[in-house]
Design a protein. Structure first.
Length: 338
């Protein structure tokens, strides 16, 4: 074997060893990343195309640790614990319907401590934006996608304490017409108009673009109200109702109810109210729920509970049967595309 052949063999050996070393390094990196992901309890999250137009998807605020935390993510509604596509859009609260999204987020800028409401189109592109007066807490889109609502805390930061104040707004996304503060609506109870100084309104859920349900608090009590945007009225229907959520057929309200004898800091249980009979049904979820539940279909509710990495999404039957089941980890503020 001459010198040239030996050099070629040596060079080939070095190249093979280099390829093997690079492959081993990449495998080690992948294993380390997977180990970190498992230890952190988060699912796989990749950047991808997220749209509100694709049916059969579940969107939510991704709470898994990593570069995509707090971004809107999308999974198959049939496999909610599966791999996630992350949009790059950051939201603290979110909801969507018929290709319209509402995203409550921090205003951009490292020094900013303010918040804003951003209306998104089906491709999650910004259409309108509005500065809001406090900390985001609730958001909803009407079934048609033509109206959006949001609630913020303007004083206090928890429904569990009595010294909070809210501001709730409804926006027509077609023309920008806004009811900036639902506390200006006329409040009626038992057929009589009341004008209390301590009125708070929060947790809108839409029946259509004119009518909605919400919570009104005054005098230490909460009421389910039916709102009318044309008449500018709020009419009390039932007591001890917070954060209502209207069923797809418009006949039932899911809500959180304060139950006597519970921890004052964890007082709520998840109930369903039949609007035709005003009969209440307790769900099988016995943990305190501080959320505005979402109907995934006509029979099941989705809601958040504290988890190891912020919050997890759980589901339970609306008729009181069965048992609660964790649907997906490290997620909150869900919305389904139809």
């Amino acid at each position: 074997m001459n010198r040239t052949s030996r050099r070629l063999i040596l060079l080939g050996t070095v190249l093979v060893l280099a390829v093997v070393a690079v492959a081993a390094t990449l495998r080690a990196v992948d294993r380390a990343a997977e180990k970190d992901r498992v230890q952190q309890g988060g699912p796989r999250v990749d950047s991808g195309k997220v749209t509100l137009a694709a049916p059969g998807r579940l969107l939510f605020r991704n709470m898994a640790w990593g570069p995509h935390r707090d971004e809107l993510a999308s999974v198959s509604a049939k496999d909610p614990s599966g791999p996630r596509l992350s949009s790059g859009v950051h939201c603290l609260r979110f909801h969507a319907a018929r290709g319209t999204g509402i995203c409550l987020q921090k205003r951009p800028g490292k020094l900013s401590d303010g918040y804003r409401a951003v209306v998104l189109d089906s491709r999650l592109r910004e259409q309108r934006k509005y500065d809001v007066a406090g900390i985001p807490t609730r958001a909803r889109v009407s079934p048609s996608g033509r109206s959006v609502a949001w609630t913020v805390f303007v004083g206090g930061d928890s429904y569990a304490v009595g010294n909070f104040s809210t501001r709730t707004s409804i926006l027509d996304v077609r023309n920008g017409a806004m009811d900036g503060n639902l506390e200006t609506y006329a409040f009626y109870r038992n057929g009589h108009r009341y004008q209390p100084a301590d009125l708070n309104v929060w947790g809108v859920t839409f029946a259509d673009d004119t009518h909605f349900y919400a919570t009104v608090a005054t005098g230490g009590r909460t009421y389910l109200v039916r709102g009318d945007r044309t008449a500018k009225t709020l009419k009390a229907l039932h007591t001890n109702v917070e954060c209502p959520s209207l069923s797809p057929d418009g006949t039932r309200i899911a809500y959180k109810k304060k139950v006597k004898g519970t921890d004052p800091d964890l007082p709520w249980r998840l109930y369903v109210l039949d609007l035709r009979t005003m009969r209440e049904t307790a769900t099988a979820e016995h943990t305190s729920i501080d959320d505005q539940a979402l109907w995934s279909d006509g029979n099941h509710l989705v809601y958040q509970l504290p988890g190891d990495y912020g919050a997890d999404l759980w589901t339970v039957s609306a008729d009181g049967s069965g048992h609660p089941k964790r649907m997906t980890i490290s997620a909150l503020a869900p919305a389904f595309t139809r």
